[in-house]
Design a protein around this ligand. Structure first.
Ligand code: TRP
Length: 328
């Protein structure tokens, strides 16, 4: 039997080339080796206020981007988290064995809660819901960025605690970090990982950005005070541009050196921009096709829901039985 892999993306902000190179591109490759579930985590998104119309639109947009990037809905399952009630149900059951101290230690929680007047308890519960997403399907492999490693450790701690209190129930999920080189930094701030929610208009290249906007953003990207590319002394901005080029083109280190050594920054930016544009154009074209068919994406999400609902139901029933909660 194939191992099950599960990952999730929040339907907020704009998916960008960092998400593509660090996650989506890899998912399209591994989808045939595993039984894959890709989850659009709308219940996670609402731990911070979202405009209802915008949220609904974003869920379908992300589903469209997944398919446009090459997720094959015949092979992989794409779901909107909230359509499977087991996520919320298991989340509560697991909340009842999660010490608050474990949640207070989460660095993502600490940074999101910092400076807020009112801290919503959903924000603190966020990692328990994530544990539920994973354990609900007994997923054994979870591909995530390194910023999510701590949440995966917590997932294993919760599973461990459950198994030792109530008997072996949950599979221990393993974290699968992206390969080095797939870490894309902000174009305006190359010290920071490219973010979906960073406000700067020159920060990220969104997967749906039109070609001219992509060129403009690369043109404004931060470099350093060298006159041209020098592989020995380059700063993080130039390194990031080269990393983006290499990740899209998949050329070797030697080819990179031969092509870029001594290149002026203006030409570097143009070359990288054209490489990115040529990769995103077919994705954008497929996205336009997919979204022009009314009801198609809703159908894919419904198919996904129907496929995984029985697995989720089985785990919830088993968990309830183990805990002694009334179950039929
Ligand atoms: N917390 C993840 C993020 O922001 C999203 C997520 C939710 C997730 N549930 C998940 C990732 C389950 C992997 C598995 O990136």
């Amino acid at each position: 039997m194939k191992k099950r892999v599960l990952s999730g993306v929040q339907p907020t902000g704009n998916l960008h080339i960092g998400n593509y190179l660090g996650a989506l591109k890899n998912w399209t490759k591994i989808q045939y080796d595993y039984e894959s579930i890709f989850c659009i985590v709308d219940l996670h998104a609402i731990t911070v206020y979202q405009s209802p119309e915008e949220l609904k639109r974003k869920i379908l947009e992300i589903a469209g981007i997944f398919l446009a990037c090459g997720i094959d809905p015949k092979h992989s399952t794409v779901i909107a988290q909230s359509t499977v009630p087991g996520h919320s149900e298991l989340s509560w059951l697991l909340t009842c064995l999660t010490p608050i101290g474990w949640l207070e230690r989460m660095t993502q929680y600490k940074s999101k809660a910092a400076g807020q007047e009112t801290i919503l308890s959903g924000l603190m519960q966020y990692p328990v819901l994530m544990a539920a997403d994973i354990l609900l399907y007994q997923a054994s492999v979870v591909p995530v960025g390194d910023d999510q490693s701590q949440h995966l450790e917590l997932t294993r701690d919760i599973a461990q605690r459950f198994n030792s209190l109530y008997g072996q129930t949950f599979v221990m999920p393993e974290t699968k970090l992206p390969t080095v080189g797939a870490r894309v930094m902000g174009l305006d701030e190359p010290e920071k990982k490219m973010s979906k929610s960073a406000p700067g208009s020159g920060h990220a290249i969104a997967l749906l950005d039109p070609p001219d906007l992509i060129r403009k953003k690369f043109n404004r990207a931060t470099t350093d005070s060298n006159p041209h590319v020098d592989f020995e002394t380059m700063g993080p901005g130039v390194q990031n541009l080269l990393g983006i080029y290499q990740a899209f083109s998949e050329v070797s280190d030697d080819e990179m050196k031969a092509k870029f050594s001594g290149m002026r920054y203006g030409d570097l930016k143009k070359t990288v921009a054209e490489m990115v544009v040529s990769h995103l154009e077919p994705i954008q074209k497929r996205f336009a096709e997919i979204t022009s068919e009314p009801g198609y994406l809703a159908g894919v999400l419904e198919e996904g829901r129907a496929r995984v609902a029985p697995i989720a139901e089985q785990t919830v029933q088993l968990t309830k039985q183990r805990m002694g909660v009334y179950s039929t």
